[in-house]
Design a protein around this ligand. Structure first.
Ligand SMILES: [Fe+2]
Length: 233
């Protein structure tokens, strides 16, 4: 097994993708891979693709589902479609219009697709006109799979002004949150809607939380989630 595709929980792996520049800030990235009960492989927020990664992931099972969880996590989809042409490509809300060069097979909704509803809960986190994110919960491992709804960078990741900005944005561990600019947009009439989403996520009682940027949570996930979303609850 590759050193870079790491076991995270039962049937769940994470992969540290390359660091990308986001508004000039160095963002580490993380992809999540789930082996469904069917044996098929579900890939969340596909990262930069290497031949080693293709080889490793093929050992887990056939890559069948490629999932873009929000409209800013789409950079490497084309590479994955080329490498796994049989896989079904899912768009997050708003992405079909943004990436007209890609032939999406389906758009993610508030209900888990039949293909993975045995394994995963799913909800579209709504309430902001800026962006929606599709949230997943892997039932067997009690793992909540997030992308940008919580960013939780190690405190030594940024330096100087960038560190000040990250602190102001609320994206430093152990107090990682939804970035401030996105958080503020929920106060423009969508707070109640978002509260319903977070209440549903809390009802799943996650033990672990995977985030795309920064430190994941290995235990007491529900407590962390409640703390992280205290601006909303
Ligand atoms: Fe992100």
């Amino acid at each position: 097994m590759s050193q870079t595709l790491k076991p995270f929980a039962d049937r769940v792996w994470t992969y540290a993708g390359e660091t990308v520049s986001f508004h000039g800030m160095p963002y580490t990235t993380r992809m999540t891979v789930v082996q469904l009960e069917s044996g098929e492989v579900w890939v969340h927020s596909p990262s930069n693709l290497t031949s080693e990664l293709v080889h490793t992931i093929n050992q887990i099972g056939p890559v069948t589902y490629l999932v873009s969880p929000n409209k800013i996590h789409h950079l490497y989809l084309k590479d994955w479609v080329c490498a796994f042409p049989e896989a079904v490509l899912y768009a997050s809300p708003g992405l079909i219009n943004k990436r007209r060069d890609l032939n999406f097979d389906r758009e993610l909704t508030n209900s888990a697709d039949d293909a993975w509803s045995t394994d995963l809960h799913q909800v579209v986190f709504t309430g902001s006109k800026m962006m929606e994110e599709v949230v997943f919960f892997h039932k067997v491992s009690q793992t909540l799979i997030l992308t940008d709804l919580i960013e939780n960078f190690p405190t030594d990741h940024f330096r100087g002004l960038q560190k000040c900005l990250a602190r102001c944005a609320g994206i430093l561990a152990p107090n990682g949150k939804t970035p401030l600019d996105w958080r503020l947009t929920f106060y423009l009439g969508g707070k109640a809607e978002a509260q319903q989403c977070i209440n549903l996520m809390l009802s799943w009682q996650p033990e672990r939380i995977i985030v795309a940027h920064g430190n994941c949570i290995q235990q007491h996930g529900a407590e962390f989630l409640k703390k992280s979303f205290n601006w909303l609850i």
